[in-house]
Design a protein around this ligand. Structure first.
Ligand code: GLC
Ligand code: CA
Length: 575
């Protein structure tokens, strides 16, 4: 079999969330010069590409995913010149850099929206999605339909100026752009894409890339949550009728003219649909993120409706994340963290008793899976979720804050409110996006070496034990192990990056065992066995052959061939 090696397939990508990476000027907010000061650290980690979450001008209602000017930088993060220095600083080190492309919506502070809302006949009126109110039997004004915002409540916002509602699937200040309007699409291409590609950016992570094409009926969504007035808009907004046409157009008009990569955030979709986005000959996206793994145990439309998961659920999710490409020319991604997800060592490992060991186990899992690899800042040192003891006031994310306030408005007067609230706070502590957004723990110094002033979000209490400085000195640290695993992934890239996944012993709720191999190949296979539990268990090889251990997360002198201790993982080469 001939392998289609491509730079963006081989790449390991490191995601940076600018507000929390590193503060260079002592205002408590991470910034671009701070990132530049750590480029050598990032290079030494062994990654190839940086994905920078939004650094654009923004009122920060949704931490920069509400952009008021695509062609400028949030002054808290730096200047256009700083951004150019970052791009150049990456390139001189042989790193590439991709930006977040947020074009499902803008901020309501964007000039386009200000014009659009100013009058019914403004030339940009149709650049956003405006609808007349509905009136109920009592004559009360109501939103045009029952769609729910991803950040709670109605997805429609009433605007006094013209007496109409605009659609905003996310925050109030994030009006959805109207992709049906061709002039609007062309303006997006010029301002949000070309502007940055011409400055040397190597591609984009495309925000909610499946939501641009709304079903033009704007019909009510089916009732999924009986306890809620508003309902997830589901297929009426996700993977809609013209979505592939839009992606093909954006690719043809802009992306294809540069040697760059794209990865789309697609959330949830069927295997057939997935292949439409990332089939090589479709010319839409290079790869995508689906949420099966990171949302295991959660309701697809609401992560705070959480039911827990078994290892078999996790295996199934891993399978659907990577296996859809088998036998096709499509490409996949591997990720277990990002700025919208809790910390993996808390969620999938054991962040207390086996912090170092289960962190390493997850590193072995991720670096041995098929597709382009993504690592989120702080994952490399095993940053954990924030403590359960923190009060709700420490959570800053609009998603968490709105959800909690909504819940309180609804159940605040119930006699068992306290009990209900504690349960919700458990889930918030486990699943909230805030968990990923606490400042990076650089050292044991005050404010974790992130800043000299009090940071915009509280530093996780465990920074004196878990930090970059101490892990750089410790040969047995998780950070050193990540560096090693990223090398091993490249060394055996035919198996790990390009090889197909075969899960063995699927029903086992303690061990995750799989092989990685190229189809019809005579070369050795990789055999991966991961004990994802707090108990020891017997180890017996499940296939024939000559087993040679290439890496494990326990020291050689502690290794007992026949027993896998809690969270022990091994990768063998089998001939
Ligand atoms: C994506 C981003 C998330 C943001 C949302 C709206 O899901 O990852 O952080 O809140 O889109 O832009
Ligand atoms: Ca700063």
């Amino acid at each position: 079999m001939t392998i289609d090696y491509t730079w963006w397939k081989d790449a390991s990508i490191y995601q940076i969330w600018p507000a929390s990476y590193k503060d260079s000027n002592g205002d408590g907010i991470g910034d671009i010069p701070g990132i530049i000061s750590e480029l050598d650290y990032i290079k030494d980690l062994g990654v190839d590409i940086i994905w920078l979450s939004p650094m654009y001008k923004s009122p920060m209602e949704d931490m920069g995913y509400d952009i008021s000017d695509y062609e400028d930088i949030n002054p808290d993060f730096g200047t256009l010149q700083d951004m150019q220095d970052l791009i150049d600083g990456c390139h001189t080190r042989g790193l590439k850099i991709i930006c977040d492309l947020v074009v499902n919506h803008t901020s309501s502070e964007h000039e386009w929206f200000k014009e659009s809302r100013s009058s019914l006949d403004n030339p940009k009126r149709d650049w956003y999605i405006w609808k007349k109110p509905k009136y109920d039997a009592e004559g009360n004004r109501q939103p045009p339909n029952n769609w729910m915002s991803y950040f709670s409540g109605s997805a429609w916002e009433y605007d006094e100026t013209t007496g109409e509602y605009y659609l905003r699937l996310f925050a109030k200040g994030q009006p959805d752009l109207n992709w049906e309007n061709e002039t609007c699409r062309k303006a997006i291409y010029d301002s949000a894409l070309k502007f940055w590609l011409d400055r040397g950016v190597d591609g984009f992570r495309i925000d909610v890339a499946g939501l641009y094409s709304k079903d033009q009926s704007f019909a009510d969504a089916p009732i999924v949550f009986k306890d809620s007035i508003y309902q997830p808009s589901g297929h009426l907004t996700a993977n809609g009728p013209r979505i592939h046409e839009f992606h093909q157009e954006m690719n043809k008009e802009v992306v294809s003219k540069y040697d760059v990569m794209t990865v789309g955030e697609i959330c949830h979709c069927s295997k057939e649909e997935t292949l439409k986005y990332v089939g090589a000959t479709r010319n839409e996206l290079n790869m995508l993120f689906i949420f099966d793994v990171v949302e295991v145990g959660c309701d697809e439309s609401d992560r705070f409706r959480y039911n827990g998961w078994k290892l078999t659920d996790f295996k199934k999710a891993i399978q659907s994340q990577s296996e859809f490409t088998k036998g096709t020319d499509a490409w996949s991604t591997v990720f277990i963290e990002n700025h919208d997800q809790p910390r993996s060592v808390t969620r999938f490992g054991n962040d207390k008793k086996y912090h170092n060991k289960s962190g390493k186990l997850l590193a072995m899992l991720e670096t041995s899976l098929t597709g382009t690899l993504f690592i989120y800042q702080g994952q490399e040192i095993g940053m954990t979720n924030v403590p359960r003891s923190w009060s709700i006031e420490e959570y800053k994310d609009i998603n968490t804050v709105n959800y909690y306030n909504d819940f309180k408005a609804k159940y605040g007067n119930d006699p068992d409110f306290k009990e209900k609230e504690e349960k919700l706070l458990d889930v918030i502590n486990l699943m909230a996006r805030d968990n990923a957004r606490s400042p990076v723990q650089w050292s044991a110094a005050k404010y974790s070496g992130f800043s000299t002033a009090e940071p915009w979000m509280r530093v996780n209490d465990n920074y004196t034990e878990i930090n970059v400085e101490s892990q750089l000195k410790d040969p047995n640290s998780l950070l050193k192990f990540y560096q090693k695993m990223l090398k091993i992934r490249k060394q055996y890239k035919d198996l790990f990056i390009y090889g197909g996944l075969n899960i063995l012993d699927y029903d086992n709720e303690q061990l995750f065992t799989y092989t990685k191999e190229l189809p019809n190949s005579k070369s050795p296979k990789a055999y991966v066995v991961l004990n994802m539990s707090n108990e020891s268990t017997k180890f017996t090889p499940l296939i024939d052959g000559d087993f040679k251990l290439i890496v494990s997360n326990v020291n050689n002198d502690e290794l007992d061939e026949a027993v896998l201790t809690p969270y022990e993982g091994r990768i063998y080469l089998v001939n």
